[in-house]
Structure formats: structure tokens, C-alpha cells
Design a protein around this ligand. Structure first.
Ligand code: ADP
Length: 251
């Protein structure tokens, strides 16, 4: 039987300032975003960042079941973050873990400020995030994908939500941590923002930063967020050009 084992690296940043995957400290992994990939959802987005592969699907606004959860003055937002069993090296149980339940809540809170929920009383908007392959930064990849899927569903939004993690490895502040950096680095700080409004909707931190390091990390997160945001917009634009072509072609 083939045994695949993860090896702990001796160091995370070499003498040339390069990381385990060859990136510089302030570089993102490659990003690919496709919009409207699922026929049966109201909105959807497939996003890859490095080796992470994420699918987000949105349904709604639609009737709430069970009915008693409905609110008279606004829609409810429900989010499910889930890692499929084959998303990690050792099979993960398909049942939701405590981590996934917590991340579902954190992701809902990161997305909610962007939505005009008051436009759709007594309905629900359901967001499903499936992590197909995980390599560090899945919550932030999930948020960025879900925001695009919400826009694809035509749900009115104040702004997109864009997320990225920053952290610390071998004493350096780094952008967009991979799994090894997440596990063996000194700190990890996922950040989500509405980039145009300049408003932060998620900020978590694991590990320790000095006040200067925290500032540097937040600035680096904002730089990363601007880059991811450009990719989200580009993907949405591509999708709408395609839809327009199809509509124009059919008349
Ligand atoms: P995030 O993916 O947002 O960074 P965590 O910091 O909790 O969230 O997880 C970091 C990474 O650890 C994940 O991206 C994934 O690569 C890995 N991981 C998470 N859960 C598991 C698991 N059950 N089994 C193996 N690896 C996991």
C-alpha cells in the first residue's frame, strides 16, 4: 500500500526569501475563478487558489423551511462550510465537525454585512461551500467564492466580500499561507473585507504578532484582498459577457 506522509520542512523561508512553494513573502498563489458553473443553483462559483479547490452554491431568496425560522422584516442567511472526505490527505469524516460548524458561522458573519437582507422578508438565502481539496486558507477561499456566487445569484449587495489569510513564518510576515505555513508557522490571521467600502467583516488571529507586525500583516492582507477582488470582478464580468452573448445570439 502506498503511504503518503506529510514531511515537516526544516524551514519555511530559505536564504533567498523564498517559501516552500517558491513564492515571495508578499505573493498570492495562482487563482482561478469560474462563475455560474452549476446549472441547478441560483448562483455558483468554482475557485482555485494554489491547491485549494472550492465550490460555492447559492439558493434563494426562497421560502424558509422550517417556516418558524422566517423573519418578518428580512431574509435569513444560512451558510454551510463543509470539507469533503477526499479533501485532505487522511480521509475526513463526511459528518460536520466542530470546526466546520464554527467556520460556517464565521463565514455567515463575514458575508452578511454585504447583503440587503431587508429586501427579502420571510425568505432564506442558503450558501453552500464545499471544500474539494484543502491546502491552507479554505475559509478565506470559501468566503471569496461564496461572495461571487451570491452576486451570480443576482442578490443585491453593498459590495463583494474578499478574503485572504496573512501570517508569520520564520519571523517574516507572509501573504496567503499554504497548509505547511498554517501548521508550522508562528501565526495565522484570516481577514475578510468589503474592499470598496473598506470595511472588515472577519478578522481572526492565531499566534502572536507585535503591534508593528500586526499593522504590517493587515496592510499585506489589504494588498492581497485587492488582488483577489480584481480576479472576482474579472470572473463576474466574463460570466455576464457570456450570458449577454447567449441572449443576443438567441434573438
Ligand atoms: P483554513 O483552511 O481556513 O486555513 P484551518 O486553519 O482550520 O482553516 O486549517 C488549515 C488547513 O489544515 C486546511 O486548509 C487543511 O489543509 C488542513 N486541515 C483542516 N482540517 C483538516 C482535517 N480534518 N484533516 C487534515 N487536514 C486538515
Amino acid at each position: 500500500m502506498l503511504v503518503r506522509k506529510e514531511v515537516k520542512p526544516l524551514r519555511l523561508i530559505d536564504e533567498d526569501g523564498l517559501r516552500t512553494d517558491g513564492r515571495r513573502v508578499d505573493e498570492l498563489r495562482n487563482i482561478k475563478i469560474d462563475v455560474g458553473v452549476l446549472k441547478n443553483a441560483d448562483g455558483s462559483c468554482y475557485l482555485e487558489i494554489g491547491r485549494n479547490k472550492v465550490m460555492a452554491a447559492v439558493y434563494g431568496p426562497r421560502e424558509v423551511h422550517p417556516r418558524h425560522l422566517a423573519l418578518p422584516d428580512r431574509a435569513i442567511l444560512r451558510c454551510r462550510y463543509h470539507m469533503v472526505p477526499f479533501s485532505v490527505l487522511e480521509r475526513k469524516s463526511p459528518n460536520p465537525t466542530r470546526r466546520e460548524i464554527e467556520l460556517s458561522k464565521v463565514i455567515r458573519e463575514a458575508l452578511e454585512p454585504a447583503l440587503f437582507l431587508e429586501y427579502f422578508p420571510r425568505t432564506t438565502i442558503d450558501v453552500y461551500i464545499e471544500i474539494l481539496q484543502a491546502d491552507g486558507g479554505t475559509r478565506t477561499a470559501g468566503i471569496s467564492a461564496a461572495a461571487v456566487a451570491l452576486a451570480d445569484a443576482g442578490i443585491p449587495m453593498r459590495d463583494l466580500v474578499t478574503a485572504i489569510a496573512v501570517g508569520k513564518a520564520d519571523g517574516h510576515i507572509i501573504l496567503d499561507l499554504n497548509d505547511l505555513e498554517d501548521k508550522y508557522g508562528e501565526a495565522d490571521m484570516p481577514v475578510a473585507m468589503m474592499p470598496n467600502l473598506g470595511s472588515i467583516t472577519l478578522l481572526q488571529a492565531d499566534g502572536e504578532f507585535t503591534p508593528e507586525e500586526f499593522k504590517e500583516a493587515l496592510n499585506l492582507a489589504m494588498k492581497g484582498i485587492r488582488e483577489v477582488y480584481a480576479k472576482q470582478r474579472e470572473a463576474l464580468r466574463r460570466r455576464y459577457l457570456k450570458v449577454r452573448e447567449e441572449v443576443e445570439g438567441s434573438v
